[in-house]
Write a protein that binds this ligand. Structure first.
Ligand code: ADP
Ligand code: MG
Length: 294
């Protein structure tokens, strides 16, 4: 490829709202055959909303939401934002947590009113504290997940106190974008740390048949490596801190400009608008730029 053609391609890219790390990125883009998509914040808006609160006996839903909101106040995760927003809208005070810590892809812990609080995935929590999941909370979580929601469990002082169900929305252009990827000969794969029910409902809505759910941030990196070991040239599209390792390992890392700095720093391409349709534009641009000069 001549330097002039590459620079023209790069310039066209910025007109389309695509930032390339360098002109050589066009060649990587041209070669991909598989496109791995993170779910939350990439295929979906990542603006989640609380859809239901379940509190164990002896506790009000408001109290559960207040304590969970306080524990989540320090997190930027979409689940955390939804919980804090719901608590705030209900007039609950979510300030005052201490010792906040977040574990990427699983949950958070903090001290609220002198109690050690955990909010996150059930299996992670059970491992942390060797807790038993009460049948009532287990049923609430299963019901939420079967409806395609994300459900997190809330525990403090060694006991599970209930769960919060959160719903997400598929971005308006995601289904069209997936159809374009397929038309371009790319195999789309949905990769998420979320539960299989939520993953499947999004996959069905956008027309993706290959789904990997319940995957940790390290597991996302492994999934990319496995696809590469099978001979695929892999693009990964993501927005979160939990995607950074996978974005860096992919043959082509694509960050949503609406996402975290960690994702953008790990990527070769940034799509400013966060619109997946533009990812298809980037592939077409790479093919046309390099096609004309071969
Ligand atoms: P995705 O791969 O879809 O972007 P993540 O890896 O960020 O999802 O998160 C996976 C799961 O971990 C979430 O669905 C949620 O159950 C749990 N989780 C992550 N962060 C938090 C948090 N701050 N609070 C509660 N749960 C969390
Ligand atoms: Mg994400």
């Amino acid at each position: 490829a001549t330097p002039t053609a590459l620079l023209v391609g790069t310039g066209r890219g910025s007109q389309l709202g695509i930032l390339l790390r360098g002109p050589q990125v066009l060649e990587q883009t041209r070669r991909i055959d598989t496109i791995v998509l993170d779910k939350t914040g990439t295929v979906t808006t990542g603006t989640m909303a609380v859809a239901g609160v379940f509190a164990e006996e002896g506790l009000t839903e408001g109290e559960l939401l207040r304590v969970a909101g306080a524990a989540e106040a320090g997190s930027e995760h979409p689940v955390a934002r939804a919980i804090v927003a719901a608590a705030t809208v209900s007039g609950l005070d979510v300030s005052g947590a201490e010792g906040f810590q977040s574990d990427a892809g699983v949950g958070v812990r903090a001290m609220v009113d002198g109690r050690a609080v955990l909010v996150g995935k059930a299996d992670w929590m059970l491992r942390q504290w060797a807790l038993a999941l009460p049948e009532t909370t287990r049923t609430a979580v299963a019901a939420a997940e079967s409806e395609g929601r994300t459900a997190v469990v809330v525990a403090w002082d060694g006991e599970v106190r209930g769960s919060i169900a959160v719903s997400d929305t598929v971005k308006p252009s995601s289904a069209d974008a997936v159809q374009r990827f397929i038309a371009l000969g790319l195999t789309p794969v949905l990769l998420t740390g979320d539960n299989p029910g939520a993953a499947r409902s999004v996959a069905t809505a956008v027309g993706i048949s290959e789904v990997r759910a319940g995957i940790s941030p390290a597991g996302k990196l492994e999934a990319i490596r496995e696809l590469q070991a099978d001979g695929h040239v892999v693009a990964m599209v993501g927005d979160g801190v939990n995607d950074a390792a996978a974005l860096a390992a992919a043959d082509l890392g694509i960050a949503m400009g609406t996402g975290t700095d960690a994702a953008i720093a790990a990527s070769d391409i940034t799509v400013m608008s966060g619109d997946l349709i533009v990812v298809g534009d980037a592939v077409r641009l790479a093919r046309s730029t390099l096609g004309t000069i071969k």
